[in-house]
Write a protein that binds this ligand. Sequence first.
Ligand code: SF4
Length: 376
Amino acid sequence: MNTFSKKLIAWHGVSGRSGLPWQGNRDPYAVWVSEIMLQQTQVTAVLERYPRFMKRFPTLKKLASADIDDVLAEWAGLGYYSRARNLHACAKQVVQEFAGNFPSDPILLEQLKGIGRSTAGAIAAFAFHERAPILDANVKRILARLFAIDGAIQEKKVNDHLWQLATDLLPNQAENMPVYTQALMDFGATWCTARKPVCIGVEKKCPFVKECQANLSDQVLTLPKKAIKAKSPEFDCDMLLVRSGNFVLLQKRPSKAIWGGLWSLPESVWKSKTERGPKSAPALKELLTSTLPKENIVALAKSIKELKQGNQIKHIFTHRRLWIQIWEGRSAKTVEFLSSDLKWVPLSQLGRYGLPQPIKILLQGLSLARGDDLRN
Ligand code: SF4
């Protein structure tokens, strides 16, 4: 066993995280779900949602045969919904192409929908004890510091170098892969953190202080280097909040769009944001034309009596910001639509639908006012 992995495993025995519900499990399905959920989501949120997801979809076959709407509804609030769509598609792919059994080879795992090289490595290591490296953001940071890697980690050349280091440092014994991989994850998440690595404090002593090149050259807080980010572009759009009695009008989003496959309020095309602050109310017809498929406009236009300006909501995505202007209308009746992606949904049943987080919060306000529970 090489020195790095030996020291790291010893560190894990004393200071690693323990008792997380997905730890120590060799079932590739359970490992895969936890790895996907942990991407871009805080451990505290996953602690609550992972057991719930596994209860609802306890096996790969159950997930593969589930309705995508049920999977998205279960995922609601975790963000990055492409992960939920990919989980569903990948489950089907494993059933169809691998007779319901995940392959153990990381190269085959990486061919599956939504599984990148690092996740493939984690599944192979945890479930099959394969000597496969991982390289998520935490591991990149650890390696960039240990070896004082110059250059932005987004650069291909730097990334290739990091993969090579991650491979070189693997323990020799395959049986040590689960504990080593977990130790690497824990060390990055709790000790060699981005802002407060333990070596800049006095309470804990990092096992690598003597060989860590960033520590020895006083570059701990400047490594890893990142490419300079361009300012996130800003967009705005209108959304239509039409109610008829206790029903609200929802529209299913196209699967390839942001919040793909979720149910939301009808919305206009996003435009580059040119003005901030309150907007003047557009004419009803103009608003309906910009938010609804054209074959549905006439009936609804006749039925809506008034239109008033609602809240403006700001939603921040990873790479963009969206300003949503809500326009509220009351429809005299739940008019029938020609498009199947439009639906009147009772406020009391909103909990059954996967909704984007800001829309869920907005509608929760309406439901709570009526005493409904959106979680039902
Ligand atoms: S010495 Fe500091 S920067 Fe280096 S590995 Fe340890 S915690 Fe990370």
